[in-house]
Structure formats: structure tokens, C-alpha cells
Design a protein around this ligand. Structure first.
Ligand code: 6PG
Ligand code: NI
Length: 189
């Protein structure tokens, strides 16, 4: 049945959406094949398999014409210097999406198969993801969680295979003077 209008409260201290919907937890083992250093990734998985991020959705469903929201919280950490990130995906139904920074320091890595963009997302900053750009979030802070609100079209879908095939054209590492974006040779589309 279609939804009736309703409001959602963003609790500023817990950064929860109330009423809450489903919560997804991604551990390091869920990010197989994504970090550059496979051996270091495996060692960290064997040594406790830490939580890398959670995605807490509002009750708005992911169905065509609805506009769901969720809060992603990425823990601080790295695998052999490569900062913790979300799996990243392309929306197969090409539609735009917005992110709003809530806490911590984040990076939004975007790749359209040719061009790379890297946006800094801090509290109260909105990142715009145009249709056709794969996106991945990175916690570039060294001690704190990075959290943001995402609002996206419910019929857009999530293609994770695209990222396994094409990558992001760049990786983000902890450097002496903060996060460092290192681009690598791009696989052919
Ligand atoms: C979305 C948003 C966002 C994203 C999470 C987790 O389309 O739903 O981009 O909510 O899903 O930040 O990232 P992954 O979906 O790439 O694991
Ligand atoms: Ni998305």
C-alpha cells in the first residue's frame, strides 16, 4: 500500500532516525576483493573481523517512486594504510542522490568510468552525486566515526559488481599530512 505522509526525527546525539528501519552491518569480511592489500585484509579478517560500517535506514522502502533515506556510520581504521570505506556502488537506474555530513570527516570518491572526483564531506556539507557516477565513502578522520545521511530514489537499485569490475580509479590512504588520494591505471570499460 502507498505510504501516508509522516515525519522522521534525526536524534542529534545518537544520530539515529526515529522511527528506525532496517540496520545493515558490514564487517571487514564483507569487503572481500576491495582493498589493495589482500594479505593485510585477510589478516585483519582473521584477527577479529571488525565492523567497518553500519547503514541504518528509515522506514521508507526501496521501491520505485519512494525516496528512502539512511545514515551510514563508518568507523575509523585502515587496512595497510588504506582508509576504511563503504563497498561503493553504481545506481543502475541512473538517478541522482544527495549526502549530508553529520559527524566526523569523510571523503566521497566518485568515478564515472573515466573521471575521478573526491569531495570532502564534513558536518552540514551536502555532497551531490549525479546520475552515472559510482560512489564510495571513506572515513578520512583518524579517531572518530564519520556519519552522513543519504537520500536516494527508491527504484535506483545498487550495482556492486560494477565496482568489482571497474574499481574507482583511485584509493585513499592515511598520509603524514592527512588523507591522500592515489590514482591508479584505470581498467578499460
Ligand atoms: C545508497 C547510498 C548509501 C550507501 C551506504 C553504504 O545508495 O543507498 O549511496 O546509503 O548505500 O553508504 O554503501 P554501500 O551501499 O556501497 O555499501
Ligand atoms: Ni548510492
Amino acid at each position: 500500500p502507498p505510504l501516508r505522509p509522516f515525519s522522521i526525527r534525526l536524534d542529534r546525539s545518537s544520530l539515529e532516525l526515529l522511527p528506525a528501519g532496517p540496520v545493515l552491518t558490514r564487517r571487514l569480511s564483507d569487503l572481500e576483493g576491495l582493498f589493495a592489500d589482500e594479505a593485510a585484509w585477510r589478516a585483519d579478517v582473521d584477527n577479529g573481523d571488525p565492523i567497518v560500517y553500519t547503514v541504518a535506514s528509515s522506514p521508507v522502502p526501496e521501491t520505485a517512486t519512494e525516496l528512502p533515506q539512511s545514515i551510514t556510520r563508518i568507523r575509523p581504521g585502515d587496512v595497510a594504510g588504506e582508509l576504511y570505506f563503504t563497498k561503493g556502488h553504481m545506481h543502475p537506474v541512473a538517478e541522482g542522490e544527495i549526502y549530508l555530513g553529520l559527524e566526523g570527516e569523510g571523503g566521497l570518491l566518485l568515478f564515472d568510468g573515466t573521471d575521478i572526483e573526491f569531495l570532502e564531506i564534513t558536518p552540514d556539507r551536502i555532497g551531490y552525486i549525479p546520475p552515472g557516477w559510482a560512489h564510495r565513502s571513506v572515513n578520512v578522520g583518524s579517531n572518530d566515526d564519520y556519519s552522513f545521511l543519504a537520500v536516494y530514489p527508491g527504484g535506483a537499485g545498487h550495482d556492486y559488481g560494477w565496482v568489482l569490475e571497474h574499481g574507482f580509479g583511485a584509493r585513499v590512504y592515511a598520509g603524514a599530512a592527512g588523507a591522500e588520494l592515489r590514482s591508479y591505471p584505470q581498467p578499460a570499460l
